[in-house]
Design a protein. Sequence first.
Lengths: 323, 258
Amino acid sequence: MPSTFETQLFFSRPFLSKRQIQRAHKNTISDYRNYNQKKLAVFKFLSDLCVQLKFPRKTLETAVYFYQRYHLFNRFETELCYTVATSCLTLSCKEVETIKKANEICTLSLHLRNVVKINTEILENFKKRVFQIELRILESCSFDYRVNNYVHIDEYVIKIGRELSFDYKLCKLAWLIAYDALKLETVLVIPQHSIALAILRIAYELLDNKNWSSKRYSLFESDENSVNEAYFDILNFYINFFDLCDLQHHLPEGVPPVSIDRFMVLKKNAGPEFGLQQVTDHELDADPYITISRENTVQERRYVLSMDLINGESNSVHSTKQV
Amino acid sequence: MSAIREVKYLQEMQHPNVIELIDIFMAYDNLNLVLEFLPTDLEVVIKDKSILFTPADIKAWMLMTLRGVYHCHRNFILHRDLKPNNLLFSPDGQIKVADFGLARAIPAPHEILTSNVVTRWYRAPELLFGAKHYTSAIDIWSVGVIFAELMLRIPYLPGQNDVDQMEVTFRALGTPTDRAWPEVSSFTSYNKLQIYPPPSRDELRKRFIAASEYALDFMCGMLTMNPQKRWNAIECLESDYFKELPPPSDPSTIKIRS
């Protein structure tokens, strides 16, 4: 028996800044280019699964959040990315209450990956692995169910769009942009309702509407920095990776064609790029949440949502030491 | 799945009448949930005939239960498994709604739900009919059955199986008709039902001999067949039953151990 008992205590942080994400990836991803390529392939794979299983967009959104969150704290390529993606989808179904039998999801997952002979043994082994990874995903989210629970981008695009009296065409355009937005890391950075606002702004401006600045974000429990962060993220995606976007092939009727130039004009009109304040190098290096590699060898790992619990724990440790 | 539901809903709820999720941790690769320590439950108390309780005690327990249930409903959560076994007692006599393993968020109108929820004896008629859409009224029905059980000290609607549950429920409370519950007859299982008349007030008085008129109103409000007319948690909490004498007992003074 070891003479010491290791334990870790984490305060949940469901959203991280871009620099924090980059710092966490240093521990888990050696080839970022490869990770990004695989991520796009996984996104397509998850989309195909969702289409065939008739899942709503929120199931896909949550699975994508889980997939990216998992790779903040778990090494990329130690598991097959499609196995991780399948775990993300099974978990996402449970999270957003679009329940399907694990057998059905796993069988389809194997089919889509061209596994020809699927027998009971292959399926059972696959399911077992999928369930094991589910727990890792939950752990990477600190078992925090406050995100992905009630608020989803596509639903809030419609709700906020209706509140702002936008017409069907604008909301549909926004809904299509929301699909492309899932290809980014923005869901790890900005809460979904703020992303929905940023997307609505892009759709609004693509349809040549003016005066977006009159919209008050506080009405929707958001703020300018968060919305701008998502807004510029999405614009930059369209400008830098236009070929990867699905929007160009699925424009609603009556919407003028989109192009890189069109998005560059939007960005130019938006003025200097600004968003959330980034943490300094010193703060990054001093943050064990993202700098410590999670090897899962620590015997006990606790996850809390309240800072009070951490403070209480810290006080009790201090008082014990003093005694 | 039930562990996920348990964490998902308890994580965000903090109320004196809802069990508290204190901690979540992984130890040796097992997930552990630390919940508030609650030594006994209402089922144990009802079954232990050596424990005597008064109408004021029942009133206190109903009040605490409904406060917990109301807290769930106002946070858009359906419990879907209310029964005496899931109403736990804290050492100071507070009732806490527990076991969120079947709970779910109140769905969007287009979402299809499973009717295979709630322990059979406490299952609302819309669930017995196999409804694919239902509301927080299913929880209120369960509370109504629990209230009846507290007064009788035996289960009020103990069906042997799902078919028998309909028989037992409608024999005791009357088979719903289209007049009281529009379009109830469009449920596929409706045609096979024996039609029973609803119990008269006198029959209810004889069955629940110690119940006051307000207590009967309270019970009938919760056990209304039509879920749209059934009382909601606010109506229950504001009922005259809680305003009339005797006042609810102080929970800490109720003896729940023999």
